[in-house]
Design a protein around this ligand. Structure first.
Ligand code: GDP
Ligand code: ZN
Length: 292
């Protein structure tokens, strides 16, 4: 058998600088990147060069339809590429960070991704009431929220996954692994297979995986996040990421209003009139000032 030296494939697993690339015939080829920095990410379509029968290097990525990433002052951290939807998993307990949730929604809006908030562990009834109240500003703003219990039944999630490439994101402890294992019963076996193909039996915290649910629906699982820096976004883009603000933007007395301390700020007036949730406006002010 002659092996084609070059080809196009998709990154289906990323472990730091090691990748697993799925080729059109289904072969999973372990690949390395050439550079020191890991500029590739799960979901990327890449050009590879085979260096041996079971090893390749990634030459470059093909243009991305979308790229979800977070950033601080120093660097960008890629999360997933070519996704169409972000599913943010929160739970009734332990408490979730609405700041982190908001930051994910802002990043998703900037990349024009569909969004779904999954409230997991709804079998815990009294905690559910509290979490529901915390999510009500998001519900009122028009965000889609799905309540479920990953332990009991994940079927309600399936229709939302159809014809989408979704990334699952959440703080650790929210039940993301439970959700994946219930959705994809052979996920753990796939993960083990991938780990051994990449020669890294050890579990690193930087791994992410793309799973095929069916021919048209794919799911990327990535490590739990505790912070989501948006250093790459300016205040206007951050404001646009609060979808319920849109009727008020551009109508303040000062055209460059920062919606912090200026007089005649339509966002602050809308909040005083009960049209915008106070907590959401505060989150905007803090995030746009980089106060976290
Ligand atoms: P991850 O860190 O987000 O991957 O969270 P895990 O899937 O490891 O779940 C964290 C904990 O929450 C585990 O003890 C799970 O058993 C528990 N858990 C996950 N889903 C549910 C659920 O629907 N209901 C309840 N009561 N517990 C859950
Ligand atoms: Zn304003």
């Amino acid at each position: 058998m002659t092996l084609s030296p070059c080809g196009i494939g998709q990154i289906v697993a990323a472990y730091s600088r090691q990748y697993l690339v799925e080729l059109p015939d289904g072969e999973l080829l372990p690949c390395l990147s050439r550079g020191k920095t890991s500029e590739f990410v799960c979901g990327d379509n890449v050009e590879i060069k085979r260096t041996s029968s079971n090893q390749g290097v990634i030459e470059c990525t093909l243009p991305r339809l979308s790229l979800l990433f977070r950033s601080d002052a120093y660097r960008r951290k890629y999360i997933a590429a070519n996704i169409t939807q972000i599913i943010i998993v929160v739970a009734t307990e332990p408490p979730f960070s609405d700041e982190l949730l908001t930051r994910c929604l802002i990043a998703a809006h900037e990349q024009k991704l569909a969004t779904l908030i999954v409230l997991n562990k709804c079998d815990l009834q009294s905690a559910t009431i509290q979490a529901r109240a915390q999510l009500s500003p998001y519900q009122n703003a028009g965000y889609r929220i799905l309540e479920l219990s990953a332990k009991d039944n994940i079927e309600p999630l399936r229709p939302y996954l159809e014809n989408q490439t979704s990334v699952l994101i959440g703080q650790s402890g929210m039940g993301k692994s439970t959700l994946i294992n219930a959705l994809l019963p052979d996920a753990q076996a796939v993960t083990r297979e991938i780990s051994s193909a990449l020669n890294s039996g050890k579990h690193t915290t930087t791994r992410s995986h793309l799973y095929h649910i069916n021919a048209h629906s794919h799911l990327i699982d990535c490590p739990g996040v505790q912070a989501f820096g948006l250093h790459h976004l300016n205040a206007d883009t951050i404001a646009a990421g609060f979808v319920e603000f849109s009727p008020y933007l551009g109508k303040c007395r000062f055209s460059n209003c920062s919606h912090q301390h200026e007089p005649d700020c339509t966002l602050k007036m809308a909040q005083q009139q009960g049209k915008i949730d106070a907590r959401r406006l505060k989150l905007f002010q803090e995030i746009s000032q980089g106060a976290f």
